[in-house]
Design a protein around this ligand. Structure first.
Ligand code: DAH
Length: 339
């Protein structure tokens, strides 16, 4: 009897079924009331008492193995059955979760696109920069506060290497190497030694624009600014320029746009003035042109620079700057539809 059980065990191990009907036949053969295993159970009654214990265990084992095997084959059939329906082309597709682009990238691309339509091309430069490109070439006096440790991250002191505090450093890099006309935008990350809070961070993003050619005037700058503001914030947007100071531009200005949250009526965001500041700009200082080997008697140009976080806040009203760098999916997933 033991030999018979062993033979049945190996038979069951190798059991295969090519259809559900075949599997049912196997089930009947081994496991039904009139099946082989039931018959064995009947035989079991007649075996001598001293063999009962071992044989009992073996018959039970056989029954269990047969049940498991038939169940396994049944599940395989069911699974294949469902994979068959997956090739049904009329079936609705499984939803694929959409990824999101970062809001800073979305807005950066939008700014780039607007300037590309004006004929600007993209230029990039290093984030770890020397003093010349970040400060000296841009007309910063030796005692300018931006050169202070409190504002700038210094990497090395002699020669002085810093993390760039603005993307204006890319202007000089391009001017040094390129003969005008130059028409570039420089998007990128910048660093400042600020305590991190909801309104300041030690790194953020800027886009710089530079246009150098013969006879470039302040009127050209204004026209580009107005075009940018309307494209970015809507046709009804108004701009205003306020005189300002930057070492690398003369004259310099800051541009406000009519607050696009309240439409200029006054709200907490624009501190009830109806205007919000969005960028700095001006005519490139002749000293800067000369520092980069460009003849300031022949060429003139304008430059402008803006913070991408600021523009993003205006578009999406993000209240806390830290959200941009915390990688919180609950925040990022909200930009799915803006992709
Ligand atoms: N670099 C300035 C900053 O980081 C922004 C800026 C102002 C850039 C005026 C310019 C400009 O090109 O003309 O605050």
């Amino acid at each position: 009897m033991i030999e018979k059980i062993k033979a049945l065990l190996s038979e069951i191990e190798q059991l295969k079924a090519s259809s559900i009907e075949e599997l049912e036949a196997a089930r009947i053969k081994y496991l039904s009331k009139k099946g082989i295993i039931s018959a064995l159970m009947d035989d079991f009654r007649t075996v001598p008492v001293e063999q009962k214990r071992e044989l009992g265990m073996r018959v039970n084992e056989l029954k269990q193995k047969a049940t498991e095997k038939i169940q396994l084959l049944k599940e395989q059939f069911e699974h294949n059955g469902s994979s068959y329906t997956e090739t049904d082309l009329s079936r609705t597709a499984y939803p694929v979760p959409l990824g999101t682009r970062h809001p800073i990238s979305i807005v950066k691309e939008e700014i780039n696109d607007i300037f590309k339509r004006l004929g600007f091309s993209i230029a990039e430069g290093p984030e770890v920069e020397d003093d010349w490109h970040v400060f000296s070439s841009l007309n910063f006096a030796d005692d300018h506060p931006a050169r202070d440790m409190q504002d700038t991250f210094f990497i090395q002191s002699d020669p002085q290497i810093v993390l760039r505090t603005h993307t204006s450093s890319v202007q000089t890099r391009v001017m040094e190497k390129t003969k005008p006309p130059i028409r570039i935008i420089c998007p990128g990350r910048v660093y400042r030694n600020e305590a991190i809070s909801y309104r300041a961070h030690c790194f953020f993003h800027q886009v710089e624009a530079l246009y150098i050619d013969e006879d470039v005037s302040f009127a050209d700058l204004k026209q580009a600014l107005l075009f940018f503001a309307k494209e970015m914030f809507g046709e009804e947007t108004k701009i205003r320029l306020r005189p300002s100071y930057f070492p690398f531009t003369e004259p310099s200005a800051e541009m406000d746009i009519s607050c696009n949250i309240c439409g200029g009526k006054g709200c907490p965001f624009c501190k009830h003035t109806g205007w919000v500041e969005i960028l700095g700009c001006g005519m490139v200082d002749p000293n800067v042109l000369e520092n980069c080997g460009i003849d300031s008697n022949v060429y003139s140009g304008y430059a402008l620079g803006m913070g991408i976080e600021r523009i993003t806040n205006l578009k999406y009203q993000v209240k806390d700057l830290r959200m941009f760098s915390e990688n919180d999916l609950r925040f990022l997933e909200q930009f799915q539809s803006a992709n």
